[in-house]
Design a protein around this ligand. Structure first.
Ligand code: DAH
Length: 358
């Protein structure tokens, strides 16, 4: 082995020891740099004769080419290694199971509200929505509820700052104000269509289509235990026409309950009661003929024939128009339908509970 072969082999070995591009460039400088081995050898040529220069020069060039080839090979090898490492690090296991997106579902009370709307819809009832911040007039006064009624006490109702005669000043305690709101709109619309000549503000006694509406929504009372929540749901019902009677109320509500609970043998009881806005009034109880609740009377709604004062506040002449109303608790209906015994579960937002209704 002459000195040139040794230099090439030394360089190749040094390049093999370099594990990063930076290390490799440092090694390169030792052989090909300004004061590297090959450069030094070139300088040595100066002392030789012309003949010797030729052959020695050619030999050094060969050695230089050998070193450059080794350098290129090592550069390529390092680049390949780097690519391999990167591919390894970013490897995708396409056989892993995918991440599933959770599927949501309707809240059980929403399911009940949809069901109520579908059943009453099939009986020709419209669905109306109204404000949750209500005025004293719609929530109490228009519904024939006297100034000294206990429901108006600060302890029973959430009042809102401000409030005047007609301004909203409380969270509605029931959906019954929608009776008035909806009926007033209905009368206004049909009074115009009927080209009614009676004075503005006078009670309407012309002909109009019947009012048949339900109004589901949130309601509020200062109440909290296993069966009461400060926020709860109600669904109001109203049917006003010229010839609507208590018999119709019994038929409609019985049909509704039997359809809702999918039980044609469900028994209903209309228990005499009192509400300021109905006369006569009844509480509606249901009884399941079989199952865990069999034999117990369960209250599901208040109801009655709309009081003439309320008919008047709707803008209608009570000599011509009569009707019935009811107010039920969708939360209660949901508890009964699914066998849930604590109302608070509906409003805790616990996914483990809610996902059972998907
Ligand atoms: N608004 C009553 C309540 O919250 C329920 C009710 C009773 C509604 C009788 C009615 C009705 O429409 O006629 O307790």
């Amino acid at each position: 082995m002459n000195d040139l072969t040794t230099v090439v082999e030394t360089a190749r070995a040094a390049f093999e020891l370099a594990h990063t591009p930076a290390e490799l460039e440092n090694s390169k400088a030792l052989f090909l740099g300004k004061s590297g081995r090959i450069t030094e050898m070139m300088k040595g040529l100066a002392a030789l004769s012309v003949e010797e220069k030729k052959s020695r020069g050619a030999a050094i060039n060969l050695a230089k080419q050998g070193i450059e080839a080794a350098l290129t090979a090592r550069r390529q090898a390092l680049a390949d290694n780097e690519l391999q490492a990167q591919l390894q690090a970013e490897a995708l296991d396409v056989t892993l199971p995918g991440r599933q997106r959770g599927t949501g579902g309707l809240h059980p009370v929403s399911l009940t509200l949809e069901r109520i709307e579908a059943i009453f819809g099939s009986m020709g009832f419209e669905v109306a929505q109204g404000p949750e911040i209500e005025s004293d007039w719609f929530n109490f006064t228009a519904l024939n509820t006297p100034e000294d009624h206990p429901a108006r006490s600060m302890h029973d109702t959430f009042y809102v700052e401000g409030g005047s005669e007609q301004a909203p000043n409380l969270l509605r305690t029931h959906t019954s104000p929608m009776q008035i709101r909806h009926a007033v709109q209905h009368v206004k619309k049909h009074r115009a269509a009927a080209a009614d000549s009676t004075a503005e503000g006078a009670l309407f006694s012309g002909a109009m289509p019947e009012i048949r509406v339900i109004a589901p929504g949130r309601t509020y009372r200062v109440d909290s235990d296993a069966t009461h929540s400060p926020m709860f749901h109600q669904c109001e019902g109203l049917w006003v026409g010229e010839n609507v009677s208590f018999k119709d109320l019994k038929f409609v509500f019985t049909d509704f309950c039997r359809t809702f609970f999918e039980n044609p043998d469900l028994v209903l009881r209309f228990r005499p009661s009192f509400f300021p806005f109905t006369e006569p009034s009844a509480e509606i109880d249901i009884q399941f003929p079989s199952g865990p609740l069999a034999g117990r009377w369960l209250e599901v709604a208040g109801s009655g024939q709309v009081h003439p004062n309320v008919i008047r506040n709707m803008g209608l002449d009570p000599e011509r128009y009569i009707g019935f109303a009811f107010g039920m608790g969708p939360d209660r209906l949901t508890m009964l339908r699914y066998g849930v015994n604590d109302l608070r579960l509906f409003f805790d937002g616990d996914i483990r509970f809610l996902s059972q209704f998907r």
